[in-house]
Every structure is written in structure tokens, then in C-alpha cells.
Design a protein around this ligand. Structure first.
Ligand code: AKB
Length: 313
């Protein structure tokens, strides 16, 4: 019999595509989607869905027991820009949801956990280019502090209780199926929507702010790959660096102008500039390549082609 999987935060940017990919792989009925709100039609109609507040331990446990869940993907989180506005709510959601899932695994109610970390674990003192997995972190955002602490807790639960938890540090993720919300890298999605609808975009980051990014297909592939590996190939139990591409707002604008020559961009940096300035420009993911054969497929040109083609339909 196929295993049963629960996705918490299934209606968000990553959760939506991850749920659909897992349903295709393991069967619609085996993949339970849950979120605090309802999601898009394809997600709601393709398999089981439960309304769930990830900060409520009892509610999470009830769903795990009811569906005899073996694996949990915990995708619910408050992202960097929103977390700066609501620090306590962000801490509550990002940390307590993780503890609930780790404790379910510690008590053997589930057997495997995926928890996403982020490039936000890094801070202003981190080497900017080709940032290694183990380096100075010192995050300067609420979101980054929650992700860095979460990584340490994952590693602790693995060492102390044998919890099989796996994690990657996502860069900014670019997708066309579901809009992101509350992130600093969200500009790299908004720009495609604006290019198609208005032929111009006002960017909240400066033109030369280079950040690590990844196309969603690569992110979903990495997530499923790390979860399907044999446990003993996962040598890093805090979180793995994951690299796709790196570009600046000026470079993404130029790639759009190849398809929409009249597209114009202007720069009006806001509070998110400080967040972006504290993050690396490019990531070294050699451990993921070595331990579980990770390799990204999409560069900026391919991403722009995919985004404009799909959003333009
Ligand atoms: C954000 O911008 O907050 C996220 C992230 C890099 O984790 N996309």
C-alpha cells in the first residue's frame, strides 16, 4: 500500500504545486492537503482537504491519526517581509508548527518530516558569493532567526530522538500557478505579471541587488528528491543549501525585454532592500549535489520563457 502524506500549508505558493506533484506521484487519495484557508480549484478538487491551524497541536494530531499519516511536509510559514511587521505572530507560527510536527515524529506518530529553511538564515556577516552550507549566519530578520533556530531544532531532534527530518534552504522561488505572499524575493514574480499587464514595473529593490533564485519546478523536484532518499544518504540534518540561479532586478528586466521590448522598470526601494542586502548573492550547494545528486535545471532565460508563456495564456 502507498504511504499517506499530509501537507500543512498546502494552499501557499510552494504547497499548491507540491501537493499536486505528490498526488500525481503517490495517488490523489494518499495526499491530504491542509491549510488555514481554502486554496485553488485544482488543489481543492483533486484530493482530500482539511482546514487546519498549524499552531494547534491537537488539530494537527487529529488529522495525522485520522488519515494514518506517515509523512508530513510542513510548508506553513510567515515569510520575511510580513514577519518584520508581525514578529510575535511570525515566531509563534514558524516555531510552534515545527515543534508540533517534530514532537509527533518523536512520539512515533509519523515517520518522516520535511521542513523548509531559507537563505534568510544568513546575515550581513555571511560571505556573499558562493555562500557555503556551514558559515557565519547571524540572521537579521525575524523570519531568518526563526529559520536558523528551526534548523538547530531539526538537528537536535535527529540526534537526540532519531527523528527523520529533512530540510533544504530555499532561495527565492519563481512560479506562475500560485502567487507568493509576504516575501522579499516576490518581486521576481510580480515583475512578470506587471510586464504582461502594464508593460512596466516599479521594483521595491535596487537595480543591482543580486539574490539567489530558483524556478518552482526545480524546487519541487529537490523537495521530493530529498524525501525519497535513503535516510543514511542525508548527512546534513539541519538543512542543505540549494542553488538555482542568481540575478539582479536589472537582469530579469533585460530578460523580459527580449520578449516585450517596450517593457520598462523603475526602482523605488523600500524596507525590503535592507532584508535583501543582508542575504547572499549566490549559494554553494555542493553537499546536496554530493549527498543526494541534486542539480538544478532552470536558468534565468528558461525561467523568463516559461513564466511569460504560461502567464500569457
Ligand atoms: C522570502 O523572500 O521571504 C522567501 C525566502 C527567501 O525564504 N522567498
Amino acid at each position: 500500500m502507498q504511504k499517506s502524506i499530509l501537507i500543512i500549508g498546502a494552499c501557499g505558493q510552494i504547497g499548491t504545486e507540491l501537493t499536486l506533484a505528490l498526488r500525481e506521484r503517490y495517488g490523489n487519495d494518499r495526499v491530504v492537503a491542509s491549510d488555514i484557508r481554502e486554496g485553488n480549484e485544482s488543489l481543492m478538487q483533486s484530493g482530500p482537504f482539511e482546514l487546519l491551524d498549524a499552531t494547534n497541536y491537537q488539530a494537527v494530531e487529529n488529522i495525522v491519526m485520522h488519515y494514518e499519516i506517515e509523512e508530513v511536509y510542513l510548508m506553513a510559514a510567515m515569510l520575511s517581509a510580513t514577519a518584520e511587521k508581525f514578529p510575535m505572530r511570525a515566531w509563534d507560527l514558524n516555531m510552534n508548527s515545527l515543534f508540533h510536527v517534530l514532537n509527533l515524529a518523536k512520539d512515533k506518530k509519523i515517520s518522516k518530516v520535511f521542513w523548509p529553511s531559507s537563505i534568510a538564515v544568513f546575515g550581513p556577516g555571511t560571505p556573499k558569493e558562493n555562500t557555503p552550507l556551514h558559515t557565519i549566519m547571524e540572521p537579521s530578520t525575524v523570519y531568518g532567526i526563526s529559520k536558523q533556530s528551526g534548523e538547530s531544532w531539526c538537528s537536535y531532534y535527529f540526534k537526540k530522538y532519531g527523528v527523520d527530518v529533512r530540510s533544504v534552504r530555499y532561495p527565492g522561488l519563481i512560479s506562475w500557478k500560485t502567487l507568493p505572499g509576504g516575501g522579499t524575493t516576490d518581486y521576481a514574480i510580480d515583475i512578470y505579471h506587471s510586464a504582461l499587464s502594464h508593460k512596466k514595473y516599479s521594483c521595491f529593490l535596487k537595480e543591482n541587488t543580486k539574490l539567489p533564485m530558483m524556478y518552482m519546478d526545480d524546487a519541487i523536484r529537490a523537495t521530493i528528491a530529498i524525501m525519497e532518499c535513503d535516510s543514511d544518504t542525508i548527512l546534513e540534518r539541519s538543512s542543505y543549501n540549494l542553488a538555482g540561479m542568481s540575478f539582479t532586478p536589472a537582469e530579469i528586466a533585460k530578460s523580459i525585454q527580449k520578449y516585450i521590448p517596450s517593457f520598462e522598470i523603475e526602482y523605488n526601494p523600500d524596507f525590503r532592500q535592507d532584508i535583501a542586502d543582508s542575504w547572499p548573492s549566490s549559494i554553494n550547494d555542493s553537499e546536496a549535489q554530493k549527498d543526494w545528486n541534486w542539480k538544478s535545471n532552470f536558468n534565468l532565460e528558461q525561467t523568463t520563457e516559461e513564466m511569460l508563456r504560461n502567464l500569457g495564456k
